[in-house]
Design a protein around this ligand. Structure first.
Ligand code: PEP
Length: 249
């Protein structure tokens, strides 16, 4: 089964109502390949999710940028998976490096979040990736395998998971991984799924790349056999996001 190209836009903690409306109207006017060729999911901040969901073209979908690890309740400031389901939000990004590193989310905590979100019917973009220090010490594959294993220990149905390989040193830095560097880690992750989960999951799971992807470098990255799409930060707020979506073709 061919893996459908996936492009996610992570808007992070950006935007006012007016700016968000402007981004949505640019997306709505964009000429992109049809939904059987590319799946597009944009992730505004929580407070703009209903607005974006209501205004966005029907062939694009929305994701939250996080959700709480279990059922909601006395957890001030958190948003539960149940609330996202209630609002009709189909996707959630979990384990982004900004949350792992700034908010100290551990591999285990991310694994628990992924399992809980899936159990409530959300689809998950699960992020993994090494720091510069880890890359330079030669532990990249070990690090991303450990992050993936912590999810795998709690998840059995991978159909609703997209794995985003996002090297921390490439996020928001303008230092994109070379196509060969991205392909190497994606290949290793697929090999990990083959050995530890199943050949079927290895063949079907979408492994997308994130880290300084833009309209100029996306085509070459997309041509790598194990790169099944992108998670885009900065460039997802700009009109060039349409060019990135077009690299699916
Ligand atoms: C991200 O935050 O997921 C990301 C990939 O950011 P950027 O594209 O800005 O590097």
């Amino acid at each position: 089964m061919a893996r459908k190209f996936f492009v996610g836009g992570n808007w992070k903690c950006n935007g006012t109502t007016e700016e968000v409306k402007k981004i949505v109207s640019t997306l709505n006017e964009g000429q992109v390949p049809p939904p059987d060729v590319v799946e597009v999911v944009v992730s505004p901040p929580f407070v703009f999710l209903p607005l974006v969901k209501n205004l966005l073209r029907p062939d694009f979908h929305v994701a939250a940028q996080n959700c709480w690890v279990k059922k909601g309740g006395a957890f001030t400031g958190e948003v539960s998976a149940e609330m996202l389901v209630n609002l009709g939000i189909p996707w959630v990004i979990l384990g982004h490096s900004e949350r792992r590193l700034i908010l100290n989310e551990t591999n285990e905590f991310v694994g628990e979040k992924v399992a809980y979100a899936l159990s409530k019917g959300l689809k998950v973009i699960a992020c993994v990736g090494e720091t510069l220090e880890q890359r330079e010490s030669g532990t990249t594959v070990e690090v991303v395998a450990a992050q993936t294993k912590a999810i795998a220990e709690r998840v059995s149905n991978w159909a609703d998971v997209v794995l985003a390989y996002e090297p921390v040193w490439a996020i928001g830095t303008g230092k994109v991984a070379t196509p060969a560097q991205a392909q190497e880690v994606h290949f290793e992750l697929r090999k990990w799924f083959h050995a530890n989960i199943s050949p079927e999951v290895a063949a079907t799971i979408r492994i997308i790349y994130g880290g300084s992807v833009n309209g100029a470098n996306s085509k070459e990255l997309a041509a790598q056999p194990d790169v099944d799409g992108f998670l885009v930060g900065g460039a997802s707020l700009k009109p060039e996001f349409i060019d990135i979506i077009k690299s699916a073709e």
